[in-house]
Each structure stands twice: as structure tokens, then as C-alpha cells.
Design a protein around this ligand. Structure first.
Ligand code: MTE
Length: 425
């Protein structure tokens, strides 16, 4: 896919000091230059085609898609990242979105064995193992259980994983786009487990998908009984095939790999299952060579989506800085933003719903004179946890790991508005 970062964008840029970054350069002209005589604008004075001719009738677009002028708003993948597209990931175009809900068609995808295309009439969910009554549910059975609606973010543990050793990818789509935030409709897992009747010694569940990877994950029983959903809808309609149609697990606030898609089997047991993925791929290797086996919760994190490398500043004067923040431990209490590399911080304006384990949208409305900016955002959640700097994170975690990088992101906005991924030492 075009627009993917190439090797020449991958130069590690490390700024040891923010001194000397204040020089202002040229920037695109503002809408009306002072002193200019106003020229007639044909877009106002002439009748345009869309005003002159009949448009499509109501029979032409039975399932709507975005305007043809929004064709650039797409998921993008990075072809050199993985050996095959069937076991790979693409990224949500965060810099093109607003509000807190990710449109279903651009929710990032992460598959280990491609997309399973399942006829819901043929889909079954089996619950067995240490239960009183093993059960098999059809989709119709599940849709006759009491359901709930919840907005949650799903973040892959590998989000920002390429940035552990330094600034790498030039765009928030690539550095932070393994996240989406949608409204799920589904049945609390507890209700299904209650029907099956858990034996007293159950400590773990194994969740398994019906895809060619047959991906399975171990889930502690306390979480399963707390807020896990078995979802069949997202954003008001059936799940998309990419995201697990017809049934997926929703594990609020916990790393995305536990959110098993195309969910076909839940086995209750008294210990975690040892799968190749869990033991080799989603562990966190520490500096001393030991590894954290399970890091479930996604810690508080944020990113400025505009401006960012794919969305440079275009105008001097009035501008809107915006971004998203989230925490796997609850709600986001505050987001701080700096424009000068951390010397001064201000609380951003959070607008829209502030929900448990969901993205929040933040804004800073500011005037820009064309000076260079070093912009960062820092999320603080309801537990008081403060998003760390990348260096603070590396002091504890080293640079061996791929997963759970929630360090503060820095963008350098140059005098001409172009924006780059950098780090402040
Ligand atoms: N479930 C199955 N059955 N197969 C998979 O490959 N990938 C997991 C998880 N569930 C996966 C799966 C991973 S690693 C992530 S991050 C999330 O799904 C991604 O969900 P999404 O594709 O809806 O973004």
C-alpha cells in the first residue's frame, strides 16, 4: 500500500536538547492576506455541477461508503514488517479521525491466519472443561440472552513496539494505530458461564478461535466473571469479518491478543494453557534476560494525532491540536500537552464522553506563529497513574521488549509545518 514508511524515513532522530529550535520559517499563506483586494471566488459566483445536475437516487447506495474525496482515509500496512499479509497487522488512520468512535471500516486488523469467513448459521460456541454442564450455543441462542452495549478500546500489546529503541516510523498511524474504539453489543461472559456452572476449582479459561490459526489464549477467571463480553455487534451492526464475525471476546482494558475473534470454544481449567504464542511472542523480555509472562493490562497512554507527520500544520494563526488518550485501568482523568518539549505543560480540553476503558478525545486550541514546536501529550488516569516518558520506561524495561510501550510520543513541528517523529533525550 502506498504511503507506507520507507527505509529513508526510518533514520533514528534523537534530539539531545530542545535549545535552538525556536527559528521561525516560511509557511503556507493564510486564507486572506492583509491589504489584498478581495477577488471574486468562482466557487461562490458560478453554479457548480453538483448544483446543476440530479444526483444519485436512493436506489444507488444500499450500503453507504465514504465520499470519494475521502479515499485516503484507509488502513495501511507495512509490507516489510511481516513475512505474509495473512499473519500480519494493518493500522488505523488515527490522524484522519475525530471524536472517540473508530468507524468499523478502518479499525486496524491483526490476524495470525487470515480472515475466517464464517456463515453465522454454521457457527457454534462450546463451553466445556471444569463445568457442571458442557454447552454448545448457536448464534441464535446467544442473541436470546440479555445483552449490553459498551464502548471499549482494543490496543494490541505490540502498538508502538517498533519505537522501543528510538523514533522509527513517521506517522501516528504507524506508531499508535494498533488501536480502535467501538461500541460492542454482546452478552456478559458471566451469564454463559453461569449456565454451564463452573466447578469450584476453575482458575483459568482457554478461549479459542475458529480461524486457520485456531488462536487460543488463557484468561484468568476473575476477569472473565468481571466485565468480559461475548460480542456479536460493533458500532450498531454485525461485527466485520476482519474483527471476528460472527462472535468475538471483548476483554476490556487488557491487551488485544486476548480478544479472541471467531470465538468457538471456551474451556474451563485450573491453570493457564501453554501456547506457543503466549510463551514466545507476547512476553516482555526484561533487561536482565528474564521475561514477564503475562502483562494483561494496557497502561495509560496518549498520542497527538494532529499535527503529526501525516497531518502537518498548514496555517499560521488559529489551529487545533488534537489527540486521543486511554487507560486499561479505568477512565482518563486528565491529559497534559506541551508545545515546547516539556518546559511548560497545560491541561488539554477533553471533549465528548469520558468512559471506562475507552478512548477520550482531547484538544488544545492555539495560535501558531510559525515557530518550531516540540509537542507531547501525557495521560493521567483515574488511579493517578501518569504516562511515563520513553526514557523512564526504558530505565525499568530496557529495550529488549516489543510489547507494552506506553511512553510519551514527541513530534517536532518545523517552521514550514512539516512534522517528524523525534525523541528528546
Ligand atoms: N483471534 C483469532 N482467532 N485470531 C487472531 O489472529 N489476533 C489477536 C486478537 N484475536 C487474533 C485473534 C490479536 S494479536 C489482536 S491485537 C486482536 O485480535 C486484534 O483485533 P482486531 O483485528 O479486531 O483489531
Amino acid at each position: 500500500m502506498s504511503n507506507e514508511p520507507t527505509a529513508d524515513l526510518l533514520n533514528r532522530r534523537r534530539f539531545l536538547s530542545v535549545a535552538g529550535l525556536a527559528g521561525a520559517g516560511a509557511v503556507l499563506p493564510t486564507i486572506a492576506q492583509a491589504g489584498e483586494a478581495p477577488k471574486p471566488d468562482p466557487l461562490i459566483t458560478e453554479v457548480q455541477d453538483w448544483n446543476r445536475y440530479l444526483g444519485d437516487g436512493v436506489d444507488k447506495r444500499p450500503y453507504g461508503v465514504p465520499s470519494k474525496y475521502e479515499k485516503h482515509v484507509v488502513r495501511r500496512d507495512v509490507s516489510w514488517l511481516t513475512a505474509s499479509p495473512e499473519s500480519s497487522v494493518n493500522f488505523t488512520p488515527l490522524h484522519e479521525l475525530d471524536g472517540i468512535i473508530t468507524p468499523s471500516g478502518v479499525c486496524f486488523e491483526r490476524h495470525h491466519g487470515g480472515i475466517a469467513e464464517i456463515n453465522p448459521a454454521d457457527h457454534r460456541l462450546m463451553i466445556h472443561g471444569l463445568v457442571e454442564k458442557p454447552l454448545v450455543f448457536t448464534m441464535d441462542d446467544i442473541k436470546r440472552m440479555p445483552r449490553v452495549n459498551k464502548v471499549y478500546f482494543l490496543e494490541c500489546a505490540a502498538n508502538s513496539g517498533m519505537e522501543w529503541r528510538g523514533a522509527q516510523l513517521n506517522g501516528c498511524q504507524f506508531t499508535h494505530g494498533m488501536i480502535h474504539n467501538v461500541m460492542y453489543t454482546g452478552v456478559p461472559l458471566k451469564l454463559l458461564l453461569d449456565e454451564a456452572g463452573l466447578k469450584p476449582n476453575v482458575k483459568w479459561l482457554m478461549l479459542e478461535g475458529a480461524d486457520s490459526a485456531g488462536m487460543n489464549r488463557s484468561l484468568p477467571i476473575a476477569k472473565a466473571l468481571d466485565d468480559v463480553l461475548i460480542a456479536f455487534a460493533m458500532n450498531g451492526e454485525a461485527l466485520r469479518p476482519e474483527n471476528g464475525y460472527p462472535l468475538r471476546a471483548v476483554i476490556p482494558g487488557w491487551q488485544g491478543n486476548l480478544w479472541v475473534k471467531w470465538l468457538r470454544r471456551i474451556e474451563a481449567g485450573d491453570q493457564p494453557w501453554q501456547t506457543r504464542e503466549e510463551t514466545s511472542k507476547y512476553t516482555d523480555l526484561m533487561p536482565d534476560g528474564r521475561a514477564r509472562k503475562h502483562t494483561f493490562v494496557m497502561d495509560a497512554k496518549s498520542v497527538i494525532t494532529n499535527p503529526s507527520p501525516q497531518a502537518p500544520l498548514k496555517f499560521k494563526g488559529r489551529n487545533v491540536l488534537t489527540g486521543v488518550a486511554w487507560s486499561g485501568r479505568g477512565t482518563v482523568k486528565r491529559v497534559d500537552v506541551t508545545l515546547d518539549g516539556g518546559r511548560n505543560w497545560q491541561a488539554a480540553r477533553i471533549d465528548g464522553p469520558v468512559l471506562d476503558k475507552s478512548l477520550v478525545r482531547f484538544y488544545v486550541d492555539f495560535d501558531w506563529n510559525g515557530e518550531e514546536l516540540m509537542i507531547q501529550s501525557r495521560a493521567i488516569d483515574e488511579t493517578g497513574y501518569v504516562q511515563p516518558s520513553k526514557d523512564e520506561l526504558r530505565k525499568v524495561r530496557g529495550v529488549n521488549s516489543v510489547y507494552h510501550n506506553n511512553g510519551i510520543q514527541t513530534w517536532l513541528v518545523r517552521g514550514n509545518g512539516e512534522t517528524e517523529n523525534v525523541e528528546i533525550g
